[in-house]
Design a protein. Structure first.
Lengths: 271, 128
């Protein structure tokens, strides 16, 4: 039986889709059969970030409505074995996500896949609720910035009260923090919240810290999950986060200002 | 940089201010989440009780809410109308009530605030 992971945040633009794409790719690279689903009905973007936008024929909503079979809508990734993408509709709205429909599709996916990564839309309305409702694990994507931290706290409250596990009084959804766009230099100057500050405020476990990196935009430009850019800090940080998620003990990297040697200072190379 | 700036204490880094602001606002929001936030209801009920006895002009009701780090205060100031048979130089009196509630800043799941101990001060105060 597959495990459902929701990538959520409350606030928009913090890196949910980037993280979903990276995380799913990371899990698949390690040999797990993985599918990543776009829950942002009407504003689909996971297909672009995964680089499969030209191969979308049927989508998640078609499957919910019985207009297509699940295997017709699943897109197999061309780079990584074991990785599938389930895009969403660009023309319908979030009301198309019925609880029964989503449950049926997820149940079917659970039989075939080890991990199901749900890429949540922003907000706390229907789309976001449906993305987190059936989750076993939640990864909270947060930027070290006041509005993002507050919204993350709000979404933690929603997970604790409105998820299926909460409603049934089962073991709660596990919650882990993925702190993205972290800039150690600004933290050192006192201009940005520290990892520890955010952890203290949200009081959840730390899954990983993704440094601010030009590699993220570069990767999305070409439709490649940034985790495949193994030269970049961000790609390596996502790789570490996937390892930690699977229970490996990996020390956190890229949270301190790197001491630049004379040579690299000359070159001024950025990751 | 002037020589005096040496003696002045350095301003708090913005990240420290961000953390403090977040801790305060989220402590309040978490209380609202764990139990019903009684402040808005309390305010309505207070007004309706007073309205039973006194004809209140809604424009002369002032409600202030201050969410502090240690406690929050709801202050309701109601200007009472001048009695019609009163003397000419009578000034409007003001009914003032304030309710404070301790805030559990920093705690993840605070106990719901006890309404019984919340009323710190209140009463009728006449402006002379």
């Amino acid at each position: 039986m597959g495990t459902i992971i929701v990538m959520t945040s409350g606030k928009g633009g913090v890196g949910k889709t980037t993280s979903s794409a990276a995380f799913a790719t990371g899990l698949a690279s390690r040999g797990f059969k993985t599918v990543v689903i776009d829950f942002d009905v009407g504003l689909r973007n996971l297909d672009l970030v995964m680089g499969c936008e030209r191969r979308v024929v049927f989508d998640f909503i078609n499957v919910i409505n019985g207009e297509a079979k699940l295997h017709q809508a699943l897109i197999k990734d061309k780079r990584v074995e074991n990785l599938h993408i389930l895009p969403t509709s660009q023309t319908r709205d979030k009301d198309a996500l019925t609880k029964e429909g989503v449950e049926r599709v997820l149940d079917e996916l659970k039989k075939e896949f080890d991990y199901i990564v749900c890429d949540s839309p922003a907000g706390i309305e229907r789309g976001a609720l449906m993305a987190l409702y059936f989750a076993d694990h939640a990864i909270i994507v947060t930027n070290p910035e006041v509005s993002s931290v507050r919204d993350s706290d709000r979404i933690l409250g929603v997970l604790n009260s409105k998820s299926r596990r909460a409603e049934r009084g089962e073991e709660p959804v596990t919650q882990q923090l993925l702190l993205t766009r972290y800039d150690p230099e600004r933290v050192e100057k006192g201009e940005m919240l520290k990892v520890d500050d955010v952890l203290e405020i949200l009081a959840i476990d730390l899954l990983g810290v993704i440094p601010e990196s030009q590699a993220v935009l570069r990767a999305s430009n070409i439709g490649m999950p940034v985790i495949l850019d193994i030269q970049s800090n961000a790609g390596q940080a996502y790789g570490d986060a996937v390892g930690r998620f699977l229970g490996e003990e990996i020390e956190h990297r890229f949270t301190k200002v790197e001491k630049k040697g004379l040579f690299s200072r000359f070159l001024r190379r950025s990751a | 940089m002037s020589i005096f700036s040496f003696f002045r204490s350095a301003p708090k880094p913005s990240a420290v201010q961000a953390k403090e602001r977040l801790q305060i606002v989220m402590a309040h929001e978490r209380i609202g989440r764990t139990g019903p936030d009684y402040l808005p209801v309390l305010q309505q009920e207070l007004l309706s009780v007073i309205a039973k006895y006194i004809d209140i002009d809604q424009n002369k009701v002032e409600v202030k809410l201050d969410r502090g780090g240690d406690c929050s205060t709801l202050e309701v100031n109601i200007e009472l109308p001048i009695p019609e048979n009163g003397s000419k130089d009578a000034k409007p009196s003001v009914l003032k009530a304030s309710v404070s509630r301790p805030a559990n800043s920093g705690k993840k799941e605070p106990e719901p605030a006890k309404p019984s101990s919340a009323l710190v001060n209140g009463g009728l105060k006449k402006r002379s």
